[in-house]
Every structure is written in C-alpha cells, then in structure tokens.
Ligand binder design. Structure first.
Ligand code: AQP
Length: 345
C-alpha cells in the first residue's frame, strides 16, 4: 500500500525523536563566496528566528563548493568564515545542530547509494547542470550534485522542504529517488513534501535588479552587499544602486525593480509592507539613506559577534565538533537502514 509522505514520516521518525514535536528543518549554505545580505535575509535570519519552534540542522555545505573549479585555500577560509557567520547571526548550538557537511561522512556515503539509484537521464535534465556543465572538463561531481543534496535532506528526515527557487528541481529529484529506493529496497526514507509557503523574499543585485544578489559574484562586485562589508562600503554600494528616471518612490517590482528591491530590503528589516513604506520617502536619495541606515544597523551586531568569534578559533572548532557529533548521531539510523536495504554487510 502506498503511504502519503506524512504517513511514512510518522512511521520512520526515529524513536528518540517521537516525543520531540518540533518539526525538523535543514539547510546548507555553500561557502562559494562571502555571504551576502541576501543570504542573511533569505536564509540565516530565518533559521535563527525559527529556532524556538523548529529542530534545525544547519551546515556549511563545503562539498557542494567543490563541484566547480575552486581554490583550496579560499575554500578553507570561506568555510571558517561562513561557520563563524552562522553563529554570529544567532544560530545557537543549544537549540540547533550546526556543522560542516564534510565532517559528517554519512552525507557522502548516502550520496553514493543514491547515485546507484538515480538515472543518468534524470540527472542530465537538471537545469543547473545544463547551464553550468555539459563540457568535457565539467567535474563529475556537478553532474551527481543532486544526489548529494538528496542525501543532505534524507539523512535528517524533515517533514517538508521549502521550494520556490532554483533548487526546486533538485528537491523533486530527491523525492523521486527516495521513492524509487523505497520501492526497490523497502521503506527506508521519509519522502519529504514540498513546502511552497513562507518563502523568503529574494534580494536582488543592486546594479542588476532582475538578478539575484549572489555570493559567488566576484569579490568587490558593487551590486552585492556582503554581511561583513563595513558601513562605508555598504553606503557606497547602496548609493550606487540602480533606480530609474521616475520622480516619485513607488513599489512596482515588475517595471521598477531597482527601487522595489530597496523597498523590499527595508520592508523585511522593519517588518512593514513595501507599498506602505514607499509613501515615507520624498526622493530616491531619502530612500537610499533609509536603506543604508537599516542595513548598517541590522548587520552591526552580527559583525560585532563575528569579530569576537574570530578571536577564538578553538571555540569555533569545538562548537562545530559538537554539531558534527550530534549530526552523526541523527544521521546514523537512516544511513544504517539504507546500507542494509541495498545489501551491504
Ligand atoms: N539574493 C538572495 N535573496 C534571498 N535569499 C537568498 N539566498 C541566496 N541568495 C539569496 C538563500 O541563501 C541560501 C544559500 O544557499 P546556497 O549556498 O545553496 O546558494 P544559492 O542559493 O545559490 O545562493 P547564492 O548566494 O546565489 O550562492 P551562489 O552564488 O554560490 O550560487 C539559500 O537558502 C538561498 O535561498
């Protein structure tokens, strides 16, 4: 008999978690660049806000950063920086499991078993692979990356995974592969449902407001505000943000994306509606000034905590070690079931 994802979820919830009713969430951020204001507002800050109500597994997805050409020293530095920013933003090791992906070998081990379940045809259809890969020197890991992402998800048995961005297709593949595995080898994985609600608003690039603000943009890219930018740099970048030739400030993401992006940022930070906010400003100069003030004030405490953490690398390492230990324990039963199911002894 087929089970709905929820039925399977109930059945497969590890015994030690059945009494803990906080729904599980998990998310990884690849250290492919210095984190941006978009990563903060769209991901980190939301993880932090959700800690009391959700059991979170948050990891620096270092393995995902090796799917394209990379510099080892830079990867190492960005991994530490990203982990420090996780804690500086307010992730709390008492409430959430925070770790570095490669410190939990179950991710790679399960990814391999899923590579032995996924088909070349379905992996070839992934839009991200078609866009970034398909050349003779494309790394094989870029092709199999969705299997690693599926392992990242399935190991922690979340009930649902938020979708709505460029990762949708990968989450769908995760469900397909998990369902096939369960059918071929017996019920092993919780197949998460897709959560289309409650998506973060997307912060756009300040100079190219129809594109996402992206951490892998070149260092110093003027349209990308980094979480560790100084107030002066933030001021300079926002002052140079593209607007348009209209006189009055109005929220219209389709025809006025630059101005609307600045209004969106202030709206998320101040918890107001962007339409309503627009009436506060007499000019674009006013709007930019307010946006600068909000962003500088938002990031100041995070940057202060980051500076403190940077003084004590030993403390950071011990926090991450503890997180990895918890993640190994949480992921262990799922990996053991999968190994057993495919016939490994
Ligand atoms: N501009 C953004 N606005 C809102 N949310 C954003 N996120 C990323 N950019 C924005 C969220 O941050 C998390 C990072 O996930 P990722 O490491 O898988 O990278 P990504 O989604 O591809 O984000 P980037 O910053 O654009 O990285 P690169 O340049 O490496 O591709 C996710 O939760 C994402 O939604």
């Amino acid at each position: 008999m087929a089970h709905s994802p929820l039925d399977i979820d109930e059945m497969r919830e590890p015994i030690e978690h059945r009494s803990v009713r906080r729904p599980r969430v998990l998310s990884g951020i690849a250290p492919s660049g210095s984190l941006t204001l978009g990563n903060y507002l769209g991901a980190l800050r939301r993880f932090v806000d959700g800690q009391p109500s959700h059991q979170g597994f948050f990891f620096v997805a270092d393995l995902h950063a090796t799917t394209i050409e990379h510099d080892p020293a830079r990867l190492r530095a960005l991994t530490w920086e990203t982990a420090r920013l996780f804690f500086a933003a307010g992730l709390d090791s008492e409430q959430s499991t925070v770790f570095v992906q490669s410190h939990v070998p179950a991710h790679v081990e399960l990814a391999y078993l899923l590579e032995s379940t996924a088909y070349v045809g379905e992996l070839s259809r992934m839009i991200q692979f078609k866009e970034k890969g398909g050349r003779p020197r494309t790394r094989a890991s870029l092709f199999t990356y969705p299997c690693l992402m599926a392992a990242d998800i399935l190991l922690y048995e979340p009930r649902s995974v938020p979708v709505g961005g460029d990762q949708d297709q990968h989450v769908e593949l995760c469900r397909d592969v998990a369902t096939r595995f369960n059918r071929q080898y017996g019920e092993t994985f919780v197949v998460p449902s897709l959560d289309k609600a409650g998506l973060a608003s997307r912060v756009a690039d300040l100079l190219d407001p129809r594109s996402k603000m992206s951490k892998s943009a070149p260092a110093g890219a003027p349209g990308v505000v980094r979480m560790l930018d100084t107030p002066d740099v933030i001021r300079r970048k926002i002052n140079r943000a593209v607007t348009d030739s209209h006189a009055e400030v109005r929220y219209d993401p389709v025809s006025r994306p630059g101005v609307s992006n600045l209004l969106d940022v202030i709206a998320v930070v101040s918890d107001r509606s962007p339409d309503d906010l627009a009436t506060d400003f007499a000019s674009y100069a006013d709007l930019k000034r307010s946006c600068i003030d909000h962003v500088v004030e938002l990031l100041a405490p995070v940057q202060r905590r980051y500076a403190e953490l940077a003084q004590d690398q030993g403390h950071l390492i011990s926090l991450l070690d503890a997180g990895a230990t918890q993640a190994v324990v949480a992921a262990g039963p799922v990996l053991a079931r999968a190994r057993d199911a495919v016939g490994l002894v």
